[in-house]
Design a binder for this molecule. Structure first.
Ligand SMILES: [Zn+2]
Length: 412
């Protein structure tokens, strides 16, 4: 039979020894009772970190730890309270217990790591816990991770809006384009929303370091940037501009839809997604479907071609060339009677500086889009995040682990 000493060695909680154990073979349960080792007498206040030799009282707490083989393990630990002059009667600090929840640190870590590749519901089933407990544990795991990391200075920022559904509506997402991770979520998409980011998240000095901001042609954001970071260059990037082009296509499609009626309407139906996809991303069958649609309606085809050609605007890296290309694109609109595209052209001319800034500032392409896509995939998997802080940490962790993954692959 193993002794308490053997259990102490396998449990391996520094500073603690097992003084009693119980094995329930039928129920597959292992219970261990631990207390401080004789040499471990300095008790630390969990409030301020002050150390004490005397304690106020002691109680026992049950904590779930990692399983031993097929046995679910519970550790009963003696916890002291100290009478601290600063904090009053306060629980001692125990490294193995990061929070008030009845789980050991390494158990929470195992759950948190499992949550990186599976949904909370799946992890809950695996560990035999309620899903809400798993989410709370994952959140603590991520908070600890976030507290221990150093963040680089923000020099290029991305600003995007994200639609979360009928209830929460829009949130503003601020991201770091260089580290490729989201930094902050704010409710709504007003000037005040972005103002709040600058006010609460950055010092004056940090604001001064921002060189460029990548954003949508959305006035409230621009106004905030102009007042908070006047030296920053605004860049209207491809991703955001093409979103407007897609909206224009959709408007043309709907109008044509409405005009045609009857049998033809059936053929146009369900082609929305096709029209919003880039030609290069479509397979042969989808291309065939789209061609069929174009034979039916020239205006929809024209609209599609206009979007496709607009997307090539960002292949130009010289201001003059970019400007010439844009001018010829706008010239194509003449006699087409495509109102939504004329409106788009007006918008582009109105934001010309910010579009040309793409040539004056080296910003990574596609980052805003990738961050946006990551958050959306999290939302799909997690079936809604009521806690925005949790969603943010989750997206940050996702961005960072992905980077790590890439570097490992490069090294191999
Ligand atoms: Zn204290």
């Amino acid at each position: 039979m193993p002794t308490d000493n053997d259990f102490t060695r396998i449990l391996n909680w520094p500073g603690y020894r097992v003084y009693r154990h119980q094995i329930d073979e039928r129920g597959k349960k292992l219970e261990l009772w631990v207390r401080r080792k004789r040499g471990n007498r300095r008790i630390e206040c969990s409030g301020c970190g002050r150390k004490f030799r005397e304690f106020h009282d002691v109680s026992e707490r049950a904590v779930r730890d990692l399983p031993w083989s097929a046995f679910q393990t519970t550790v009963y630990i003696e916890i002291y309270r100290v009478k601290c002059p600063e904090c009053g009667v306060k629980r001692e600090k125990v490294l193995q217990l990061p929070s008030k929840a009845p789980f050991s640190k390494r158990f929470e870590e195992a759950v948190g790591e499992a949550c990186e590749s599976a949904s909370a519901r799946q992890v809950a089933r695996r560990f035999d816990l309620p899903a809400s407990t798993v989410r709370a544990m994952d959140l603590r795991y991520l908070e600890r991770w976030a507290a221990g990391r150093r963040k680089p200075a923000l020099r290029q920022m991305g600003i995007d809006e994200l639609y979360l559904g009928k209830k929460q509506k829009f949130v503003t997402v601020v991201s770091d384009l260089e580290s490729q991770e989201p930094l902050w979520f704010g409710e709504e998409r007003k000037k005040e929303t972005l103002d709040e980011f600058f006010r609460t998240q950055l010092s004056r000095k940090q604001r001064g370091r921002i060189e460029a901001a990548c954003l949508d042609m959305w006035q409230p954001y621009r106004l905030s940037l102009e007042s908070q970071v006047p030296g920053c260059r605004l860049v209207y990037d491809k991703f955001h501009v093409l979103q407007h082009a897609n909206a224009a296509i959709d408007e043309v499609r709907r109008a044509e839809f409405f005009r045609q009626g009857g049998r033809k309407r059936e053929l146009v139906k369900g082609k929305r997604w096709l029209l919003l996809s880039r030609w290069v991303n479509l397979n042969t069958e989808k291309k065939r479907q789209l061609n069929q649609l174009f034979r039916l309606n020239r205006r929809v085809m024209k609209a599609y071609l206009l979007k496709e050609s607009l997307s090539r605007l960002w292949e130009y890296r010289y201001e003059g060339a970019m400007l010439r290309y844009l001018q010829s694109w706008i010239d194509q609109l003449r006699w087409q009677r495509l109102k939504p595209f004329e409106k788009l052209a007006g918008m582009l001319l109105h934001h010309l500086e910010g579009i040309l800034n793409y040539c004056r500032t080296r910003i990574a392409m596609g980052v805003v889009e990738a961050i946006n896509g990551n958050i959306k995939s999290l939302l799909r998997r997690g079936r809604g995040y009521k806690n925005l802080r949790y969603l943010l940490l989750k997206a940050q962790r996702m961005a960072v682990t992905r980077t790590e993954f890439v570097t490992i692959r490069k090294a191999a």
